[in-house]
Design a protein around this ligand. Sequence first.
Ligand SMILES: [Ca+2]
Length: 114
Amino acid sequence: MPETKVQPPLLDENGDFIPALERALDEIFSRYDLDLDGALNRKELQAFAEFCNGKPFTKGELDEIFEYFDTTDDGSALTLSGFYQMYHLQTTSGDEHETWKDLHKHGYNDQFTL
Ligand SMILES: [Ca+2]
């Protein structure tokens, strides 16, 4: 019989990300922050989208991201907490599998190691 792998929950009992997921998201975020300013500008975010989805975000998707999630004061880049918010929304709105897909795509296994 094939071994059944159970993916651990992404959220704790309070609905917060588990620490291992936070570490993975931190690391993924840093892969795209090429200018090392601690935020993802539109160009950096598009590189992330292309890697995850095989295509960039549409203008509308990008505008929504910058409207709904935390950005730098001048609104030009998504902060790490905005990046968390984006994944938190995705994870809590029934798209947990999309979060796993992105983690796997970035080389993580179900134990959050590379
Ligand atoms: Ca940046």
